[in-house]
Ligand binder design. Structure first.
Ligand code: 13P
Length: 248
């Protein structure tokens, strides 16, 4: 039985001070038996938030991870570094990384492998643009993004990874995929993995991301192949984020 997972992606928002108060407000809404709730925070705030969350069910994640182990890679943060701050998860291949910073299927696969090598669970983000959806290319796009990582990491790697389906047209737009639209793609992703390993596919957590809010989360999370959410905007408000978490 798959467990649900709720992840917040703060993106490049907040200050040192506001990140700590947001984190504290989220923790205040959790009790000690809660689990499977994660915030992916700006790397520079990891140290503060590691201290703050040390006795809390709230886990930490990074928004990206380097595709190399160490060395002359200016501006990058390695998986070993993330591990030092008790980062349990790292997003890889977020559409904003792919669009604005040139992350390719190949570098995303490398990032995925680097994270996993250090015991950081990679959260592989995949999804189509509006133009691709309108051209009927959704499944092709998602399969290509997924296959690139399977080819490099091997299907076995997905026993310890998470996939986030984030249609680009739904990110930050207020335009959510309908429950059925999202379910259709999640099911296809699971079936694609199942072609190579049905057991891994059955256990794989596939999250939905893209304008998930407190008022639409319940419907999405009730779909059979939607195992959680990767939440941007609504994760910047503790009460909205907690409401999504508690709607599981
Ligand atoms: P929004 O929830 O703001 O649409 O962002 C989704 C996202 O990109 C999470 O990674």
């Amino acid at each position: 039985m798959r467990q649900s997972l709720i992840m917040g992606n703060w993106k490049m928002n907040g200050t040192r001070e506001s990140s700590q108060s947001l984190c504290a407000a989220i923790m205040a809404g959790l009790n000690e038996n809660d689990k499977n709730i994660v915030i992916c925070v700006p790397a520079v705030y990891l140290a503060d938030l590691q201290t703050l969350t040390s006795n809390s069910p709230l886990a930490l994640g990074a928004q990206n991870v380097a595709n190399q182990e160490a060395g002359a890679y200016t501006g990058e943060v390695s998986a070993t570094m993330l591990k030092e701050f008790n980062c349990q998860y790292a997003l890889v291949g977020h559409s904003e990384r792919r669009t604005y910073y040139g992350d390719t299927d190949e570098s995303v696969a490398e990032r995925f492998c680097q994270a996993q090598k250090q015991g950081v669970i990679p959260v592989l983000c995949i999804g189509e643009t509006l133009a691709e959806r309108e051209n009927g290319e959704t499944f092709n796009v998602v399969n290509t993004q997924l296959d690139a990582v399977i080819a490099k990491a091997g299907i076995g790697a997905f026993a310890n990874a998470v996939i986030a389906y984030e249609p680009v047209w739904a990110i930050g737009t207020g335009r959510t995929a309908t429950d059925e639209q999202a379910q259709e793609v999640h099911k296809a992703i699971r079936e694609r993995v199942a072609l190579q390993d049905p057991v891994i596919a059955e256990n794989l957590q596939i999250l939905y991301g893209g304008s998930m809010k407190a008022d639409n989360a319940k419907g999405l999370l009730a779909m059979p192949d939607i195992d959680g959410g990767l939440i941007g905007g609504a994760s910047l408000d503790a009460q909205s984020f907690l409401k999504i978490y508690h709607s599981i």
